[in-house]
Design a protein around this ligand. Structure first.
Ligand code: Q9C
Ligand code: ZN
Length: 328
């Protein structure tokens, strides 16, 4: 369940999403499908605060011990300007500290899914390392809203960022992240904001009007060593393929100039016109075009699943990107 426009509604980010994408992959005989291997947690804690990772792992048990049911969500939040160096002791305090929305409850099965999602991204990264031209990580829950020490936006750990960091540790000099989810990848931006070995480029709904509200503006260009290595394309509600693909062209030019060893695509298809929580107007065929355009970079490419909530067309839209890429 999720609090949406003042009502409690069924969660948009649900297990069925991954099943539907997998079904569609089978239908069109994309593949092979490889199961995720388990990786040590140090890959996640190389990117995230260890205490937050441990908190996500144990929050539901603590919640239950307090006699509570439902998902573990906060009733208050850390306000700007506070002295926020001390992590509270109380569970409600720590929920307030670590998460930034009420749409990302920790449930009995969250940790298993979160760890599996990270392992999926790392398994796909390993396939690239072993010589595959491209791989798709069917991650769920998504990850791009999760930052160093906060989670939210249906995201707990940043699958794409953890994979990027592992790819750099394996010896890549430069990795580019292209985030095409409808929402700004605030977590990924924050994690790499001061680094020049990771270029972050994002096309998304203008945060002036859309979640996550506090990052994704065009003037956020990176800091210190990372200055010039962060590039945002905020676009207005109602954006369709014509304007969206112009931004894509500019994004791809910047990435080509950077010359990455590896491209990681944070693949959200909530840019679809039928998405229940989003306001862009991409059509099913546009996702094929988009996949082709990404392929034109001719870099080893890791696709990491992020958002997309129009479940009836979710499998088609995701697989269209992949077949567009494959066919190019
Ligand atoms: N009015 C991803 O797509 N807020 N996360 C929903 C809509 C949360 C989306 C409220 C949106 C998070 C990965
Ligand atoms: Zn999204």
């Amino acid at each position: 369940m999720e609090l949406f426009e003042g009502s409690i509604v069924p969660a948009f980010e649900k297990p069925q999403r991954a099943e539907l994408i997998r079904q569609r992959i089978n239908e069109v005989h994309l593949g092979p499908i490889v199961n995720a291997s388990e990786f040590p947690l140090r890959f996640a804690t190389a990117v995230h605060d260890l205490r937050m990772v441990a908190f996500i792992e144990n929050a539901y048990t603590e919640w239950e011990q307090l006699g509570r049911t439902g998902g573990a969500i906060p009733y208050s939040f850390l306000a700007r300007g506070c002295c926020c160096n001390a992590v509270p002791v109380s569970l409600d305090g720590r929920l307030a500290y670590y998460t930034f929305d009420v749409a990302t409850p920790v449930t009995r099965t969250s940790w298993q899914a979160v760890k599996g999602s990270v392992d999926t991204a790392l398994t796909a990264a390993k396939l690239l390392h072993d010589g595959e031209r491209a791989a798709f990580a069917l991650c769920r829950p998504p990850g791009h809203h999760a930052g160093t020490d906060y989670y939210g936006g249906y995201c707990f750990l940043n699958n794409a960022a953890i994979a990027v960091n592992a790819i750099v540790e394996e010896g890549s000099q430069r990795v580019a992240v292209l985030d095409i989810d409808y929402h700004h990848g605030n977590g990924t931006q924050e994690i790499f904001y001061r680094r020049d070995d990771v270029l972050f480029v994002s096309i998304h709904a203008d945060p002036t009007h859309e979640f996550p509200f506090f990052s994704g503006h065009a003037d956020e260009a990176g800091a210190s060593d990372g200055e010039g290595f962060n590039l945002n394309f905020p676009l207005p509600a109602g954006t369709g393929w014509k304007v969206w693909s112009e931004a894509l062209g500019n994004a791809l030019s910047r990435i080509a100039a950077y010359g990455p060893d590896v491209l990681v695509v944070s693949l959200g298809v909530d840019t679809y016109h039928g998405d229940p929580i989003s306001h862009f107007l991409l059509g099913q065929e546009d996702f094929i075009r988009l996949g082709k355009r990404i392929a034109s970079l001719q870099r080893p490419t890791l696709f990491v699943m992020e958002g997309g909530y129009a479940v009836d067309e979710l499998g088609i839209n995701v697989v269209n990107v992949l077949t567009g890429y494959e066919g190019a």
